[in-house]
Design a protein around this ligand. Structure first.
Ligand code: ADP
Ligand code: MG
Length: 333
């Protein structure tokens, strides 16, 4: 009887609103973006995540001297952190899945256009041609912690680093027993569990043509990652050049898509695919989605049309200017 009373008391305490875990938050500037962390649990979990972010940035940055990636690029080979080796292997799988539309060796071309250094320019065709000879993810090898590149090649994990970071934070928090959290790493969102009240997280997707959101997707334990040409670009003679490069052309992607959002359980996959799908354009994206399982898409074309895949038909809600837009659903079959 005493035990039953104790159980009831515990239940009552759990149900009291004051007993719900408090939101612990932190805002961090890392990986060239503003990151926002929220955990409904211990403050220490947020602090550990911030440490993890800085640690990952130190390993993965292509520009910071002494990072794993900078060392591989300088010497052509290096022993790297086991986590970095794992990420490179995962990224190479995604390069293969996308037929090289994602290519983590495209860095010499990215650099020639001035992305990552900020010294923007439009390179000559001949220069692009000779740099493209160095671009070939299939020639990268990872044996244990040893990463080796062919002569003149360079790695850049910018297309997958934030998604991977989200995954690492999610694992850290889940292993610590956290039931509810949200991580926004500048366009790369990771939901841990649902909201503290048990409902799904509603993650906003930005309208590529304004500062508003175009809609929201309801998720639990999912990553929601957006790539778009509006995020980082420069203009010259009225032409806009974005930071996502089509490795087949050595030029900024111009596929007719203004933004791509990928929703799935793993941030690293969503991040890699969002970059690749942005380069592919609508038709190839549909094909990739039909031939593979485990992710959904929200695609916005340059003319403002919105396409979603059928897995999120019930969880996607258009908002603002898009409430009156017809949302076109891509189905399997
Ligand atoms: P963001 O970091 O702005 O969210 P992405 O995840 O789409 O954007 O990654 C873009 C970054 O990836 C670029 O800044 C560049 O470093 C790198 N990159 C650009 N094009 C490609 C590509 N086709 N394959 C792999 N990496 C790329
Ligand atoms: Mg990406």
């Amino acid at each position: 009887m005493k035990r039953a009373a104790a159980v009831l008391l515990c239940l009552a305490l759990l149900l009291l609103p004051g007993c719900a875990p408090r939101a612990r938050t932190s805002t961090v500037y890392a990986m060239d973006t503003v990151m926002e962390l929220t955990a409904y649990g211990d403050r220490a979990l947020v602090d550990e995540a911030v440490t993890l972010i800085h640690d990952l940035e130190e390993h993965l940055s292509v520009t910071a001297a002494g990072s794993d990636i900078a060392r591989v690029n300088a010497e052509g080979h290096a022993d790297v952190d086991p986590g970095t080796a794992r990420l490179i292997s995962r990224a190479l799988d995604l390069c293969k899945l996308t037929d090289g539309v994602l290519d983590i060796t495209v860095y010499p071309v990215v650099r020639a256009w001035g992305f990552t250094t900020g010294k923007y320019r439009v390179p000559e065709e001949a220069e692009i041609g000779s740099l493209l000879e160095k671009v070939d993810y299939t020639a990268v090898t990872v044996h244990g912690e040893r990463v080796t590149l062919p002569q003149g090649a360079m790695l850049d994990l910018g297309a997958v680093a934030k998604g991977w970071t989200g995954d690492r934070i999610a694992s850290l928090w889940r292993e610590a027993g956290l039931k509810s959290g949200l991580v926004n790493l500048g366009g790369s969102v990771q939901a841990i569990g649902g909201k503290p009240d048990g409902g799904a997280w509603r993650v906003g997707i930005r309208d590529p043509f304004s500062e508003e959101v175009l809609g929201a997707v309801s998720v639990r334990d999912m990553a929601v990652v957006t790539s778009g040409g509006y995020q980082r670009y420069f203009e010259e003679n009225g032409v806009r050049y974005c930071h996502i490069i089509d490795p087949a052309a050595g030029r900024p992607a111009d596929s007719g898509l203004a933004s791509v959002t990928v929703i799935g359980p793993e941030g690293v996959v969503c991040d890699g695919l969002s970059t690749a799908v942005y380069v592919m354009g609508l038709e190839r994206a549909e094909k990739l989605w039909r031939e593979n399982q485990g992710f959904d898409l929200v695609l916005v074309t340059d003319s403002g049309e919105v396409f979603i895949t059928d897995g999120i038909e019930d969880s996607f809600t258009p908002m603002g200017d898009y409430e009156d837009t017809e949302i076109q659903v891509i189905r399997r079959g």
